[in-house]
Every structure is written in structure tokens, then in C-alpha cells.
Design a protein around this ligand. Sequence first.
Ligand code: ADP
Ligand code: GLC
Length: 493
Amino acid sequence: MKVLSVTSEIFPLVKTGGLGDVTGSLPKALEPLGIETTTLIPGYPGVLQQLKSAMPLVVFDDLLGERASLLHTRIEGLSLFVLDAPALFNRPGGPYVNEKGVDHPDNWKRFAALSLAAAEIACGVLPGWVPDLVHTHDWQSALTSVYMRDRGCMTPAVLTIHNLAFQGQYSKNIMPELRLPPQAYSMNLMEYFGDISYLKGGLQTVDAITTVSPTYAREILTPRFGMGMDGVLNARVSVLRGIVNGIDLDVWDPATDPHLPRNFDIGTLRRKRENRDVLLEKFGLDPSGDGPVFSAVSRLTWQKGFDMFAETADEVIHNGGKVIVFGQGDRDVEKLLRDTAARFPGRMAVHIGYDEPTAHLIHGGSDAIVQPSRFEPCGLTQLYALRYGCVPVVSRTGGLSETIIDANDAAMSARVATGFQFHPVTTDGLRLALRRALHAYQEPKMWARLQNQGMKAKFSWERSAQQYAAVYANLVRKSGQVTSTGEIRRSAL
Ligand code: ADP
Ligand code: GLC
């Protein structure tokens, strides 16, 4: 089976969060199941730099008014189509923001163009390569299925929601520029509280919707987590399911990780000590004392709840521990954390930044990883933590609730506990969970058992890849005949 995956990020080429990790590792996990994925990504500068002389497969003279071409390459085991549209993607800054951290003003056009190019591929613009199924991810590629259905292309399409907080919502004034018929601005399609929503358009036109954990799949049907989209999702609940993310066991392996000064595995956990020393030095913390290091590697946004950690980090420090926070995001959350760190020189460090080697070192040298998210579709940091012998302290929401087993008495005696959860997700709740973790750290046997159980937990892609493969196979089988869903949605345009 040939699958076209469409995404705005893919590790190791371009990543701002877990989306890149997933789109970069899922194709490799699907390959042994007979699924060949080629991924369409934008030609950002960092992507173009990695391309050797690639011949354009096709040139678009007028892709929403811009000139663009489609290139093909293979990088690190990934088969990629690169949309080389210099006016849209070859510019400084990140995938979504400029060098000052402000959204690119033409994001609406950039990601509509990505989706339109994907639809052209699905509709057969490359005669030698026509996919059996299209898999889109989040709002940035969600218009793909809208364009496909508009052009009469009924190839099965799946949309994965990685985070419902981002919906690609724009003024309806851009509608004519999208080159979709006026009927696309309807309640059954893209109209969203008087604006248009790319994500809603995708949700209404795909054949299957997945999200990245079964718990989040249930949560997003409620007004609290549905972010305004719960009505749409409830109407499509029959095609919605949750498939938990896996992790790339080659990229995140403490036994071989090139970013760790000292490699270790489950039998040589003592060696973490050497990583801890390097980590504390890098973050300018006092290396003396035996207290635990509680760390965080995360986007620092409201979603991730680090304002609550700023208010509770003193719990760790007053119990002899040290705190490291590494990430970037909202200025006010960053400031709160930096202000807290200033109160505890040598004991708490907050570094604002983003880099992969530091993220690995933090997992390699810390005792606990804190993730107090207000909502979390899946979360990967806690899974990397488990693999690296760090004990996760997490809120009980979304994927966090089902990937970490709380160290209550029953789970401890059944020898299945892997971390600490708290609920309700409040500052007091977090403080209590930190207290429980600090208490457990005082009992080396208990702590070692938690580390062990965490390191043995299985979060490879194997099972989840099989679930995606089943979703794909089911749709491809059904698409033998034109599905009634397809016909209805086609006529909706
Ligand atoms: P989200 O996608 O919501 O940000 P996830 O937990 O799914 O959350 O994935 C986050 C990914 O981004 C992980 O791979 C994590 O290591 C990485 N990450 C987050 N912040 C940083 C940072 N400051 N530097 C490097 N990697 C980071
Ligand atoms: C999103 C979510 C995160 C998830 C990631 C990959 O960014 O916030 O929970 O793990 O996507 O699916």
C-alpha cells in the first residue's frame, strides 16, 4: 500500500514538538507492515539545504498564485516529497513564526498551498506515483481532503489530531484566495463561528479521524477539551479513534545515545550519576549533595502548566533537590520560571531555548521529569523519561493518564507503578505529587523499583503502527466501491 503523509514538521529535518517526532518515526514503523509512506513537507531553508541536486518532478506555475515545484529525496530512511515554493517557505525563522517569534502573516496561504499540492498528488499529478491513501496531520495539512473532494478525488483520507488547540482559524475574507467554491464556506464544511477553520474542513471531509491517545479521543468530545470543535467531533464520532503514540527506540536509547557523556541501560543505572554531574555543570547548579534533580523539557505554554511548577518548585528545593527547566514559549510563563530560579541560585536553573542534544542530556542525567499539563493529547516527554530511568511526575489528563501508572499502594505492590500522577490539575495537586515523589526518593529501593518498571514499559511503535495499518486497510478495502460518506461529502461541495 502506498501512503502520502502530509505534514508541516518531520524529525530529523524540522521539528518544533511531538508532531515532528511522530511523522518522522511512524513511516519506519509502518514499513515492515507493507506500507510505503512518502511524506510531503514544505521546502523550508533547513530542508532545502539537505537536498542534493534533485530534479523537479512537476512544476506548478500557479499554486495559489505562487510558483512551486515538487522534488523527491530520501533522507535518513524517509521518502520525501519537498514542496519547493521559495516565496512561501524559503525564509528565515521557524516553520510557523519569523525570527521575532511572530506568526508568518501568510500562514493561511503557506499551508493551504501545501494542502493543495498534496491534493494534486492524490489526484494523480505524478502519473508514476499515485497513493492508495492520504494521511494528514493537524490543521496545517487539513485542507488536503477538502481540495481532494472538490476535485472529485475520492482516495481515502485520514486526519490525525495531534492538538485540538490549533485549528487554522482565519477570516472568511480569504475564502476567494483559497480557490474553493463558495459552498465550501458552509456550516457543514469550513464555516466556524463566522470565520473559516482549516481543521474543521479536514474533519468534515476525511474518512477516518484519529487522535494520539484513546483518552484524548474521549476528552475532545466534551466542551471542556473540545476547544469549540466538540460538536463537529461528536457528529463524526463513528469514524474517530485514539491510537497512542510510540517512540523511536533508536533515537531515544540511553545505551547508544550520542548526546550522553555516559551511556547506560537498565543494568547500569548507576552510570546516570556521571550524566547528572555534566548536566548540573551545564546548567550552573551546585553539584554537591545527594538530592534528586527534577527537570522539565517542554514548550512553556498554558497547555503545559509550568506556571504551576514555578509556584511549587520550592517544594523540591526545600527537600534538598535541584530543579532544571529547559524550553521556550509564552513570555509570561518564561518570566515566572526565571523569577523563581532567581530566588534559588545554584539550586534551580531555567534556560530558555530549544536544542535536541540538551533535551537528551536532561533525560540522561535527571531523576524525575515533571509534566504538569492542563491537557495533553499524548505527550512524548514522559515516555522518553521512562526509557531513560527518570520517574515522571504528571497530571492525570490525556495521554499522560494512560502512559504512566501512578505509584499508589496497589500499583506498588503489584510492581507496575512507573510514576506519580495528580488530579485535579492545580498547583496544590502538583505540590502533593512532588511531595510524594520526593518521599519515594528517600527510599532507594522504592525509587529503583519505579525506575526499573518504567524502563521496562513498552512504548515502541509496533502495536500502534498495527492499529494505523488496520485503519488504512479498512478504508482502502471500502474504497473499492465509492463510499456513501464519500458521495455525501463530494456533493457537499
Ligand atoms: P508537544 O508536541 O505538545 O510539544 P510532546 O511531549 O509530544 O509535546 O513532544 C515534545 C517534543 O519536543 C519532545 O521530543 C521534546 O523532547 C521536544 N522538546 C520540547 N521542548 C524542547 C526544547 N526546549 N529543546 C529540545 N526539544 C524540546
Ligand atoms: C501534540 C501534543 C502532544 C503529542 C504530540 C504528538 O503537539 O501536544 O501531546 O504527543 O502532538 O502527537
